[in-house]
Write a protein that binds this ligand. Structure first.
Ligand SMILES: NC(=O)c1ccc[n+]([C@@H]2O[C@H](COP(=O)([O-])OP(=O)(O)OC[C@H]3O[C@@H](n4cnc5c(N)ncnc54)[C@H](O)[C@@H]3O)[C@@H](O)[C@H]2O)c1
Length: 205
């Protein structure tokens, strides 16, 4: 129970890797706010998780700046605080340069970089109180698997990585933190956890 009594927000927590992170966090004793745009999947997951830990579902679009404060406020109101923010969701598309439309580019940056920025700002005051952590995946950058199909995924991941770099936010890096490892090892039923490396950063005192 490495995360006992800690409260976490997991964006994109209703599906894919995010769902794996949610499950693992609950197993480790955390209370989890699952944030996702997919209402059906979120409600379904919440029903399935009943009796397996404390979780709520927040049905909001993280690409909308105004939702960041609401996500943090609803989490704090329900659980009484915030210890971990997992910036997992990222609606990126893999396409070559000629197939990457401005809309695809915007979607990638709005759900990746911009959502990370807005949520970091919204969560910062609460994370400072608990000396909490921010977890960010940094897959493609770290693994150097950029290809011709990663026209927007690679730069979006790169800027998310820079935006949530510990020093950029005044946070301290926490390599080996239990929350990071929980995220790193998690996977959903399809076993998709390969390539999900996480960076963790802790709020200053
Ligand atoms: N699947 C892989 O092989 C892989 C590899 C490397 C990195 N990643 C990264 O890991 C993360 C999760 O990937 P995945 O494959 O689990 O993705 P996914 O598409 O399966 O799941 C993402 C979740 O985010 C939710 N979501 C999408 N847009 C949203 C929005 N605007 N607001 C709120 N929720 C939103 C979706 O509904 C979904 O539940 C992504 O950041 C992705 O770039 C995935």
């Amino acid at each position: 129970m490495k995360l006992k009594s800690r409260t976490a927000i997991v964006t994109g927590g209703a599906g894919g890797i995010g769902q794996g992170i949610v499950r693992r966090f609950l197993t480790e004793g955390a209370k989890v706010a699952i944030v996702d745009i997919d209402q059906e999947q979120g409600n379904q997951l919440l029903a399935e998780l009943e009796g397996k830990g404390e979780a709520i579902f927040i049905h909001l679009d993280i690409s909308k700046a105004e939702n960041a404060d609401t996500i943090v406020a609803q989490t704090v109101e329900h659980f009484g605080g915030l210890d971990i923010l997992v910036n997992n969701a990222h609606a990126s598309r893999q396409a070559s340069i000629m197939d990457t439309t401005p809309e695809i580019w915007d979607l990638s940056f709005n759900t990746g970089t911009m959502a990370t920025f807005h949520l970091m700002r919204a969560a910062y005051p609460e994370l400072k109180k608990t000396r909490g952590s921010i977890i960010k995946r940094m897959d493609r950058i770290k693994r150097r698997i950029i290809s011709t199909e990663h026209t927007v995924a690679a730069p979006a991941n790169g800027s998310e990585h820079s935006c949530s770099h510990p020093w950029a936010g005044g946070f301290s890096p926490i390599p080996g933190d239990s929350a990071c490892r929980a995220g790193y090892r998690s996977g959903d039923s399809s076993g998709r956890n390969a390539g999900c490396a996480c960076r963790g950063a802790r709020a200053p005192r």
